[in-house]
Design a protein around this ligand. Structure first.
Ligand code: PLP
Ligand code: COI
Length: 340
């Protein structure tokens, strides 16, 4: 199969229309068979629940070309699980997990020419999403739903690739205790648009959100979890009921322990401790691991010893090991790699 003629290495994180997308419809209390379509547009009623009450959620995962030329996905079963839990919290009919993984395989296979070649630095990003589509005007869940997956080839999420980022501590809250921070609801991202626009205007790459109840603990950014490295090389990641359970973060904690022999700890992280860490990074499907060089808290700068030129040494090892597993250079734990 011939790949598309694209400047793969020049791609940023954007939308490029690919050949096929997957669609399934929930009507009269059941999911239909689902299948692939060429049509990238969705027609819906003006009063569709998603348009009025934002009843929508999504996932993100990637397809890779391995060193030996296979096309693979990374842990799609965990995206299926997380979307299942998200749907329940949003009163949506969950898309069956086995059908989710099958849909991932179908849509990657159908767009294999768009999966960036090994070594290009790009990957094929998959965006599964689920939304309420019938007209709803009283505040209540929809009755009819659509589940879709589109694909788009992407490069690095942050401009500048692996250059350390500068973040700011946000005055806004991302998620409330007992709210929706732990699920991947579109509404979490809608409310983060104003804070991210403000952060970008002020020259920061992202916001560090603190816990809404006490504003003393580190939560996450708008699109990634944090990992920190202590001066004695322990990997630490914030534990909170109001952050997204990142699949990348869960994988990295395993990699730290089982591949690199490091201590790895998920625990509450107080903002006051951040200045004592040696390294900091953002982790997620889109972010992979993006190093953080500096965090600014209302004019007060925290500069990590790893500096503003390159990734810290432990972050680099985590990055190399995770991407090595994803690209087939290193043996993966059982079930992490799904071949298309
Ligand atoms: N946190 C938020 C708010 C996100 O949007 C994402 C992206 O999916 C993550 C964390 C990272 O999660 P994952 O590693 O599963 O992509
Ligand atoms: C992902 O990493 O897949 C996300 O959904 C994050 C988003 C900010 C692009």
């Amino acid at each position: 199969m011939e790949k598309k003629d694209i400047d793969w290495s020049g791609l940023g994180f954007g939308y490029v229309k690919t050949d096929k997308r997957y669609v399934a419809n929930f009507k009269n209390g059941a999911w239909d068979e689902g299948g692939l379509t060429d049509d990238a547009n969705i027609v819906m009623n003006e009063c569709a629940c998603v348009l009025q009450y934002a009843q929508t959620c999504f996932e993100g995962l990637k397809a890779y070309t391995t060193e030996d030329g296979r096309t693979v996905c990374f842990r799609p079963d965990l995206n299926a699980d997380r979307m299942y839990n998200t749907a329940l919290r949003l009163e949506m009919p969950p898309f069956p997990k086995d059908k989710f993984v099958d849909a991932v395989k179908q849509v990657v296979k159908a767009n294999e020419a768009w999966v960036p070649p090994y070594g290009s630095g790009a990957t094929l990003y998959l965006r599964p999403y689920l939304f309420g589509i019938n007209p709803v005007i009283g505040v209540k869940p929809a009755e009819d739903y659509q589940f879709r997956i589109f694909t788009t080839p992407v490069g690095p999420y942050f401009k500048g690739g692996a250059k350390p980022l500068t973040l700011c501590v946000s005055d806004f809250d991302r998620a409330a205790p007992h709210g929706t921070g732990h699920i991947k609801a579109g509404l979490n991202y809608a409310m983060s648009l104003h804070p991210i626009v403000e952060a970008h205007k002020a020259g920061y790459a992202e916001n560090m959100y603190l816990d809404a109840a006490t504003r003393t603990k580190v939560e996450e950014t708008g699109g990634a979890n944090f990992i920190f490295v202590t001066k004695d090389n322990k990997v630490v990641t914030p534990k909170s009921n109001s952050i997204l359970p990142s699949i990348t973060r869960r994988s990295l904690m395993y990699v730290a322990k089982e591949y690199l022999g490091l201590e790895a700890e998920e625990r509450e992280v107080y903002f006051d401790e951040v200045k004592d860490f040696a390294e900091c990074g953002l982790c997620g499907t889109a972010a992979v691991i993006s190093p953080v060089g500096k965090i600014v808290d209302h004019g007060k700068e925290i500069c990590f010893p790893s500096g503003m030129d390159e990734m810290g040494p432990v972050t680099k090892k985590l990055y190399d090991t995770l991407t090595g597993i994803q690209m087939g250079r290193l043996e993966a734990p059982e079930g992490w790699i799904v071949e298309i």
